[in-house]
Design a protein around this ligand. Structure first.
Ligand code: DGJ
Length: 736
């Protein structure tokens, strides 16, 4: 093993060693994966390997096995044909880069050891650090770059990907996500076509209504759930992104991920450092399921606020009363959710605005003062009602936004995000605009919205942080004319600054990331949030698909899943209460309706579901996910399960997705259990008059995983009454 000298102030590299004569390998190992780079000083940094674990013998002979090495961070200029990760126009106008390995060293960033390969241009004083942070237990490797220079003037970065990864395969498939508001996280799986596949976002503010900044690449043809080699990639960013997958004639899929530089090149001053967002890669030989479980475990340990804590079961007021907030109504909802066994009530939009009361989506945003006509006893009164009912209290805000008709817009017209020379442009309600988060005064204002609420009312337990506007027009009244290209990037830097301050002061408050539903489901924001609102669509049938897509990268603990009213607002579909509850019970369960309008039967089912959810909550929120039967396979049903880490408990879900007579529904073998243990099966949230034939019976884990249990196709409440969409939730408990 050799050490390579490092830049001043950094610790010597421990992982770098020489193998095979001239090669100087950087070997980054996790428990079940390895990434190898060839980092010879003065040469191009080469990617050698990313895949399963390597023995020392493999590493010694690796170069012989791998064929042609690829640049690990391709630069533009000296070899112009291949796609590049970075391109720059130097201060003197030159457009070439030739980055060479300078040093390899360890450094501490945010308390963690990070391996850095420093690249320097061989002509210009231009440096790129390629950084790696390893999470060995979860087989996750994060990588990103830090770019700086010391030239005689500004350098324009026209491309600045966080990462490049060459993936060698001749039958690569791509799993990616597309969608829309109320139809988020639809999965799409296809053989990777020749040419360039681009997955991107240009919303400016939110980034997951449509595409997602995450993909899985299967190396072995169409990906399977439990076997096959899969590489996952998640860009940890909440702004505009671009993922590129270039595939020409060399059996290598060239993957690039980073900020979307369209209309957004970055002008880097001398001495300034641009840190690109991290990409979290995982490698799994256990198919998509293995890769998902890696992400989930990593997220719970490192990327989700307060993930050690069980999440409360809540009622959110939005679909129940929309903007019609008043003290009596809130009191009624609190009493109703408490009576059903719920633990938290969240008052949504409509509680604020004095001069411009927030009675609809056309005014009031920005004026975070309680409307005394609606809430004469203010938030204090609501908190005391919550206390009486022994539940927590949460509140909705949308602090990055402002309405034209608001005291804030009148007082601070210069805080509005717009081109300095043009008229305002409006979004939601024809009135909504964004505040310019690049402006430090705006950052202070947004921080103070939260700080004032939590200082005045320390008993507030939960905040729902919404964002309902896209970036409507390019422009900042704060940024200088020659930095207008930083509009998007600085918006998100500003947002992160605020969130960092909030979390430093209020680490314990639960905060939900909402953005017109599922517009901010990303790992860039999650570290500051406890969960996200998965979608504004609460139709349980569509939710089966939506939650399925979201589950590839995000664990159940972060996925807010609410039971809607019988007639779901967005699709007008009428679904039985058990089905609605059973679907919500597979994530972070909550309710989204007016309890006053519920029938006694619905209330009974919800009460039961809440009580049963409390039994399985630790398994759902902290256990391992196994997707069993995909709704996308169109087999008439969908099924998944969660298994506790020690495999002593599991929860199995089965949903019938269409109502065809005598449909040929599959029996679903289970997964993730201990083959040698015996499990007792108990149905939860049961509404049928007769118990299931296997109720209370015991089976070996092996039998359940080889064979599964035959699900009756219908729920029978009585002889006359059959429900159209049936579902089951089974608890499996090891008895030995
Ligand atoms: C959009 C959110 O997704 C909804 O849940 C709700 O909070 C509304 N905004 C309120 O305006």
């Amino acid at each position: 093993m050799i050490n390579i000298s490092r830049a001043a102030g950094f610790v010597l590299a421990a992982f770098v060693f020489s193998a095979g004569g001239s090669a100087q390998n950087v070997v980054l190992r996790t428990d079940a994966s390895a990434l190898v780079l060839d980092a010879k000083k003065g040469k191009k940094l080469k990617h050698v390997y990313y895949g399963g674990p390597l023995a020392d013998a493999d590493i010694a002979s690796l170069h012989a096995a791998q064929g042609k090495g690829r640049n690990a961070y391709p630069d533009y200029g000296m070899l112009t044909a291949p796609e590049s990760a970075i391109a720059a126009r130097h201060a003197d106008g030159d457009m070439t880069l030739d980055l060479r390995v300078d040093s390899v060293f360890d450094q501490t960033i945010d308390g963690a050891t990070v391996k850095t390969v420093r690249l320097r241009d061989n002509v210009y004083p231009f440096t790129v650090d390629v950084n790696y942070h390893l999470y060995p237990d979860d087989d996750i490797i994060e990588t990103w770059t830090t770019v700086s220079h010391n030239e005689n003037g500004d350098v324009d970065l026209t491309r600045f990907a966080s990462s490049y990864l060459p993936v060698r395969s001749s039958d690569g498939w791509l799993l990616s996500f597309y969608g829309n508001h109320c139809n988020e996280a639809r999965e799409e799986c296809r053989a990777i076509p020749r040419g360039m596949t681009v997955i991107k976002n240009r919303d400016g503010v939110r980034n997951t209504h449509y595409a997602h900044p995450e993909v899985m690449i299967s190396l072995d043809g169409k990906p399977r759930e439990n076997d096959g080699r899969v590489i996952g990639a998640a860009l940890e960013y909440t702004g505009n992104y671009k993922l590129r997958l270039d595939y020409e004639n060399d059996n290598v899929y060239h993957f690039f991920a980073g900020i979307n530089e369209d209309d957004s090149p970055y002008t880097l001053s001398a001495g300034e450092i641009l840190a690109t967002p991290r990409v979290a890669y995982t490698y799994s030989s256990q198919g998509l399921g293995g890769a998902s479980r890696n992400y989930h475990s990593w997220a719970r340990k490192h990327k989700i606020a307060n993930a050690h804590r069980d999440r409360k079961i809540l009622l959110n007021s939005w679909e129940g009363v929309y903007f019609d907030i008043n003290e009596e109504g809130m009191k009624g909802m609190m009493e109703d959710i408490a009576a059903m066994g719920g633990e938290l009530f969240v008052m949504d939009d409509g509680w604020f605005g004095v001069e411009y009361p927030r009675n609809d989506d056309k005014q009031g945003l920005g004026d975070w003062k309680v409307n005394p006509r609606k809430l004469p006893h203010g938030i204090k009164g609501l908190l005391s009602t919550a206390k009486k009912n022994k539940i927590g209290f949460g509140i909705w805000i949308e602090p990055e936004m402002v309405n034209e008709r608001s005291e804030l817009a009148m007082a601070h017209p210069d805080w509005i995000w717009k081109s300095p020379n043009r008229e305002r442009t409006y979004g939601r309600g024809g009135q909504q605009m964004n505040l310019d988060m690049a402006n430090p005064q705006v950052q202070d204002f947004v921080f103070n919205v939260v700080d004032t609420l939590l200082t005045n009312y320390p008993d507030i337990d939960y905040i729902k942080w919404d964002a309902n506007n896209a970036g409507r027009s390019h422009g900042s009244q704060y940024l200088a004319a020659d930095r207008q290209n930083h509009v998007y990037i600085n918006y998100h830097k500003g947002l992160e600054n605020v969130l960092r301050r909030i979390r430093a002061k209020y680490p314990d408050v639960t905060i939900q990331a909402c953005a017109g539903g599922g517009g901010r489901v990303n790992y860039g924001l999650l570290p500051y949030f406890d969960e996200f609102w998965t979608s504004d669509n609460t139709d349980a049938l569509q939710r089966v698909f939506l939650q399925w897509g979201t589950s590839y990268f995000y664990p159940a603990i972060a996925m807010a899943c609410h039971v809607s009213s019988a007639k779901t607002p967005h699709t007008q579909r009428v679904l039985p209460p058990k089905f609605r509850c059973d679907v919500a019970m597979s994530g972070r369960m909550g309710l989204e309706m007016q309890p006053k309008n519920m029938t006694d039967f619905e209330k009974k089912v919800c009460r039961q579901a809440i009580a049963d959810y409390k039994i399985i909550r630790p398994v759902v929120q902290h256990g391992d996910l196994y997707r069993l039967l995909s709704p996308y396979d169109d087999r008439g049903a969908a099924s998944l399960m969660y298994v506790a880490p020690a495999k002593e408990r599991a929860v199995f879900y089965w949903y019938k997705l269409r109502s065809f007579s005598h449909d040929n529904l599959p029996r679903v073998p289970m997964a993730g259990l201990d083959a040698d243990r015996t499990y007792r099966v108990t149905e939860l949230n049961r509404i049928d008059t007769k118990p299931l034939s296997f109720e209370g019976k015991t089976f070996s884990g092996r039998f359940l995983m080889d064979n599964g249990l035959e699900m009756p196709a219908e729920n029978r409440v009585d002889d006359q009454d059959r429900e159209e969409y049936s579902s089951r939730v089974l608890l499996l408990q090891a008895i030995d």
